[in-house]
Design a protein around this ligand. Structure first.
Ligand SMILES: Nc1nc2c(c(=O)[nH]1)N[C@H]1C(S)=C(S)[C@@H](COP(=O)(O)OP(=O)(O)OC[C@H]3O[C@@H](n4cnc5c(=O)[nH]c(N)nc54)[C@H](O)[C@@H]3O)O[C@H]1N2
Ligand SMILES: Nc1nc2c(c(=O)[nH]1)N[C@H]1C(S)=C(S)[C@@H](COP(=O)(O)OP(=O)(O)OC[C@H]3O[C@@H](n4cnc5c(=O)[nH]c(N)nc54)[C@H](O)[C@@H]3O)O[C@H]1N2
Ligand SMILES: [Mo]
Length: 755
């Protein structure tokens, strides 16, 4: 504390974790309570707060929507009746039930479900599961958002791809991301470069998005066909010899095989598949390949293409390598783990995970690992030894690679197959909104087979409404940060908490520690709290948490680990931490796991071409998502005056010709229906979407509606996952188990106004 009861701290904002801006702010406080947030003029980055969310953080934090005490269900699930209990009682009862279920069904009976990047302690969650004896039955949105592409990167280039993106690319491919809405400050910089004529922008999206006319080329692609398009680029780049011959010769594996595969994807054929004119395919391929450095970032959009998802990123990695953008000083330089100082690593998530604590024969019990192998133990067993030998740190089991398959977890609860899952802990996630197939999730969360359902939350969400216990978590404003972003990143970010926790809210570390102590392995959780843990993580690089949080914020290595660095273990250049030591255009890991080692395109299992009869009844291609400000997934809808005021209703995108056919006008409510279900959203009519495509927004619910059955906060009204079919195993990505949220079929018709 500073002067009297007032003090002020410099913080890094991660109130919407995953917003990627990490703004530097000043938090003014009274008695630990936040009274003002403002830009920090001394912060060494341009990111200093946003106009649409930041002004509302304080109102949000101290509003009565926040859960302040542990809650225990009274009556049936979903009745909306709760009893407030103490943390000790909650942890005692939950631990006792976990012990009982473990005794009855084995440690594999527990699952954990989570969203994308809501915590900096995934290593601790994995430590808990390994010590509990659980084979990582984690169902995570990451499987359809970045974790899958990261797992692939680990296989193809031996590191999470989150290397340094070029500060000044000459070409930026905006591929399936509405960057102005989801990473606005990054967009501002790009826009400035573009206005100065320094960068060419290629947009690949069925919608024009907010990038709009700033794109030099807009490839209005048919949803789900991205791998074909990128293989078309590879075809052109190789045929026209636009690739980096030296880099390809010295640092890649499998060029001839890739060349033969890409030869099948002529611009003519690709044009038919993707609906992108042939000339535009050729022109964009040339633009990307001849402007060095160029950026072709991964995008979560294509992570959600079900059977086609992982192959898109595989084609992207091949393109980054062919064009030499992966090389040191390139567009997307691949970096090994960090931060590192004088040979010592800061403690990364993987160094907290304790993979060795899990008995080896448990691994094969991981739900989904017999069939979906890239993000489960079979891949770990191939990749970990190579990675550990190269970098001398444990291979990251904790978040991005070793996840189970979420739809199969829901099925295991409902059907007790392959064995009963009887306990689930959801933390930092709202699966009734974010997971594919809401009915499947609902069935699982209501199932009597689920004997224990715990949700760690900030506010009452539809998912929490169905829990047995709701544990109040400290939000990102109320807890310190010390993160390597699930080990995706070679840098570490550190910040103090802005405010003291409201009510009895606690940092999640204390939940895992509290359970571990009661389950008999508390000695492995020696840190008092998250600040103490952060001190431990920073010690090897000679920093304390306080120093790092008040002076450094973002810790980077002076000498990042790249393929040309001399490896102290061998005295030779490191190369890439892959089976061949090179970038794998032809993937040895995929081959060993029984998959096609090269990228390929397959027609989406539901489409006008693969299911023409269905397409007569459901004539439009459906895409879902398209994040927008100020919302963050299912969050920020509670503040009527504030964030919701800025964006009161869900919008669906429709081309004006299509709208006219159905008598729909801008602002009308429209039903969108698939064989799975029907929802309604308001029409946003424009010419900025393909007339054959409908886009609906994701994560819509209405917190103002009753928090009990049958309403569950308006769960069934406008939530796009009522429409998505992830209960069908054949629809999942064969490599990762990723579920399909885009490239589906739908029909539309006018709806009455929402009551
Ligand atoms: N159909 C369709 N589905 C999608 C998408 C799509 O485009 N289309 N997008 C997908 C993507 S990219 C993602 S990342 C997922 C997102 O899915 P999730 O990550 O599950 O996001 P939310 O639905 O916002 O749920 C997060 C919950 O965590 C709570 N929370 C926030 N911070 C904390 C914290 O510090 N601790 C705890 N314990 N709780 C916290 C919030 O109150 C919120 O209820 O959804 C996916 N689902
Ligand atoms: N405001 C805000 N910002 C956020 C988030 C948020 O919830 N709100 N969430 C964060 C998270 S976790 C994520 S993952 C990112 C996601 O944010 P983005 O990466 O921007 O992804 P989306 O917003 O889901 O949609 C991206 C675009 O993909 C297009 N699209 C749909 N299907 C296809 C297809 O088959 N091919 C191609 N090429 N394009 C397609 C859509 O038209 C849409 O314009 O945003 C992050 N930032
Ligand atoms: Mo995401």
């Amino acid at each position: 504390m500073g002067n009297g009861d007032k003090d002020q701290r410099q913080i890094v904002c991660w109130a919407s974790p995953g917003c990627k801006m990490y703004c530097g702010l000043i938090a003014e406080r009274e008695n630990g309570k936040l009274v003002r947030l403002s830009p920090n003029p001394d912060y060494p980055s341009l990111n200093k707060g946003c106009a649409d969310r930041m002004p509302h953080h304080i109102k949000w934090l101290y509003s009565d929507i926040q859960i302040k005490k542990p809650l225990k269900r009274v009556g049936e699930r979903g009745e909306g009746r709760w009893e407030e209990i103490s943390w000790d009682t909650a942890l005692d009862e939950i631990a006792a039930k976990l012990a009982e279920l473990k005794g009855k069904y084995g440690p594999e009976t527990l699952s954990v479900t989570e969203g994308t990047y809501r915590s900096d302690i995934y290593g601790i969650r994995t430590r808990f599961l390994n010590l509990f004896g659980n084979p990582s039955n984690i169902g995570c949105a990451g499987t359809i958002c970045h974790c899958n592409t990261t797992a692939l990167s680990l296989a193809l280039i031996g590191t999470a791809q989150g290397g340094r993106h070029s500060v000044m690319p000459k070409c930026a491919v905006i591929h399936g991301t509405d960057v102005k809405q989801t990473a606005p400050l990054a967009w501002n910089r790009m826009k400035k470069l573009h206005d100065e004529g320094k960068v060419k922008i290629i947009l690949i999206d069925p919608r024009k998005t907010s990038v709009g006319d700033d794109a030099d080329l807009w490839l209005r692609i048919r949803p789900g066909t991205d791998t074909a398009l990128l293989l078309g680029w590879i075809n052109v780049i190789i045929a026209e010899e636009l690739y980096d011959k030296e880099f390809v010769r010295d640092h890649t594996h499998g060029f001839e095989e890739l060349k033969a595969r890409a030869a099948e994807y002529t611009p003519e054929k690709v044009s038919e598949i993707t609906w992108v004119p042939k000339e535009l395919i050729v022109e964009s391929a040339r633009m990307y390949a001849t402007n060095f450095p160029a950026e072709l970032k991964d995008a979560s959009s294509t992570d959600m293409l079900g059977r086609n998802s992982i192959r898109v990123e595989q084609a992207r990695v091949c393109l980054r390598a062919l064009t030499g953008n992966l090389k040191v000083g390139g567009g997307e330089t691949a970096e090994g783990p960090g931060p590192i100082k004088d040979g010592a690593f800061a403690v990364r998530d993987s160094m907290l995970q304790m993979a060795e604590a899990l008995p080896r024969d448990m691994r094969k019990k991981q739900i989904g690992s017999d069939r979906f192998k890239l993000m489960t133990w079979p891949a770990y067993e191939i990749m970990a030894p190579i990675y550990e030998k190269t970098y001398n740190v444990p291979f990251p089991q904790s978040a991005h690679s070793f996840l189970s398959v979420q739809p199969l977890i829901w099925k295991a609860i409902i059907e007790r197959d392959p064995y009963p899952i009887t306990a689930n802990i959801t933390w930092g996630s709202n699966p009734l909104l974010n997971s594919g197939d809401t009915k499947l999730v609902y069935k699982a969360l209501k199932s009597p087979n689920l004997e224990l359902s715990v949700v760690s939350e900030l506010v009452m969400t539809p998912t929490a409404m169905l829990a047995d216990y709701v544990l109040p978590a400290a939000s990102k404003l109320e807890k310190p940060m010390c993160e390597t972003h699930e080990d995706f990143s070679p840098v570490m970010k550190v910040s103090e908490r802005a405010a003291d926790p409201v009510g009895e809210r606690r940092e999640e570390y204390l939940m895992w520690k509290g359970l571990a102590e009661r389950l008999g392995f508390g000695e492995h959780f020696p840190w008092k709290d998250e600040e103490d843990l952060a001190d431990y993580r920073l010690k090897p690089i000679g920093l304390t948490f306080k120093e790092a949080a008040t002076k450094v914020y973002v810790i980077k290595s002076k000498e990042p680990w790249t393929y040309d660095k001399i490896n102290p273990n061998t005295g030779k250049p490191t190369g890439f931490a892959t089976v061949s030591g090179k970038v794998e255009l032809y993937s040895n890991v995929l081959e060993k796991l029984g998959y096609d080692p090269l990228p390929y395109y397959e027609e989406p299992p539901i489409s006008p071409y693969s299911t023409p009869e269905l397409a007569t009844e459901y004539p439009y291609i459906l895409i879902t998502g398209g994040n927008f400000r100020p919302m963050f997934h299912s969050e920020n809808r509670q503040l009527k005056v504030g964030t919701r005021e800025q964006y009161p209703w869900p919008l669906m995108d429709i081309h004006h010709e299509t709208a006219a056919k159905h008598g729909i006008e801008n602002g009308d409510w429209v039903f969108v229906e698939t064989p799975k279900g029907v929802i309604r959203q308001k029409a946003r009519v424009s010419d900025e979407i393909d007339p054959r495509v409908i886009n609906v927004q994701s994560h819509w619910w209405y917190p103002e509606l009753p928090h009990r059955e049958p309403w569950l906060g308006g769960l069934w009204e406008s939530n796009c996952n009522v429409l998505t079919p992830s209960d069908d195993v054949e629809m999942l990505d064969p490599v990762t188990g990723g579920w399909p949220m885009r490239a589906l079929l739908c029909k539309i018709y006018k709806a009455p106004v929402m009551p």
